[in-house]
Design a protein around this ligand. Structure first.
Ligand SMILES: [Zn+2]
Length: 324
């Protein structure tokens, strides 16, 4: 569960990414002073034709059912359309957020929403880890990490997409515990000495090579993903979050409330479907428009992206080797 105004006031207003940018492919952003100064090269990731990611596996990992859909739903849709096979790992049981008659009822409704969100994003498998919502910091992170390493090896995950473990001022423990568990699991999944019993069971070390980190607060954004062609589908994804999401059926609810007071908002149209779609696109996901416009795009999502860690040695050998 997130608060919309909170993240709107986060990455954008924090000034880590300013306006401008236009059509340039890369931009430089700098800030801080003295030992805290930094320079970040920002890459605009645009839609690619064909299936350049065919054969690769993307794991989207979230504590709550709305996290990925809100912050990265367009990017997940884009990457899957460009060839990735997508899996979703849901860390918490989502028992503490949304409308329902009891805690158990809320868990069930959020579970159904999560499956529908995954389906609408084109994700083929969803795993529920079932940790207690709002209390994940009381659970051993080592266990989370071990379960994630197992799945990364089993599914041969190439790329993870999750909250930024280094973002600032994140106060929800489910968010930062998930991020930190994923961060190190993604590394040691490729090591040969960690959890050797996995290899007895037929698994092999498998390093995660790429990471897309999103945040609701300030982060060092170095990747702006152009999601313009996927925005309508992202809206549809977010409309599945009827229990707790900022989109869901809030448009229809607002339309009914206004009607009961003898008023109407033309934006919301004549049907519940139209009301939910327009409300989600205009209000619930308005930051996608703001972020896009800051870079000359229609809609965009922000990430701290970590590329594959390529060794320079093979390249150096190729250039400098001599026959003996
Ligand atoms: Zn959340």
């Amino acid at each position: 569960m997130i608060g919309r105004r909170e993240f709107l006031g986060g990455s954008v207003a924090a000034g880590f990414l300013g306006g401008g940018g236009g059509q340039s492919q890369r931009e430089l952003q700098a800030g801080g002073t003295g030992s805290t100064s930094y320079t970040v090269e920002v890459t605009i990731e645009r839609p690619q034709s064909g299936q350049p990611h065919k054969g690769k596996v993307l794991a989207a990992i979230q504590p709550h059912c709305d996290d990925v859909a809100i912050f990265a739903g367009g990017t997940v849709l884009k990457l899957i359309n460009e060839g990735y096979r997508g899996v979703l790992i849901q860390m918490s049981n989502d028992s503490m957020a949304g409308r329902g008659s009891s805690i158990g009822d809320i868990v069930l409704k959020n579970e159904r929403d999560t499956k529908e969100v995954a389906r609408r994003m084109g994700i083929t498998e969803t795993y529920f880890f079932n940790y207690p919502n709002h209390y994940m910091d009381g659970w051993p992170i080592l266990e989370m990490r071990a379960r994630l390493v197992f799945l990364f090896r089993l599914l041969k995950v190439d790329t993870v997409l999750v909250y930024d473990p280094s973002s600032l001022y994140e106060r929800d423990p489910d968010h930062y515990v998930t991020a930190r568990a994923v961060e190190w699991a993604a590394a040691i999944a490729g090591f040969e000495w960690d959890y050797q019993e996995h290899f007895k069971a037929g698994l092999e070390p498998h390093p995660v090579r790429e990471r897309y980190y999103f945040a609701r607060g300030p982060e060092l954004v170095n990747r702006v993903v152009d999601i313009s062609p996927y925005m309508d589908q992202k809206v549809y994804v977010n409309m599945a979050l009827v229990t707790q999401g900022p989109g869901g059926d809030n448009g229809a609810r607002l339309r009914r409330k206004l009607a009961s007071e003898g008023r109407e908002l033309p934006l919301l149209g004549d049907t519940d479907e139209t009301a939910n779609r327009e409300y989600t696109k205009t209000f619930a996901l308005e930051y996608d428009r703001i972020r896009g416009q800051a870079h000359g795009l229609e809609y965009a999502e922000y990430f701290h992206y970590i590329p594959p860690d390529e060794s320079d040695v093979p390249d150096y050998v190729r250039k400098h080797e001599v026959a003996t």
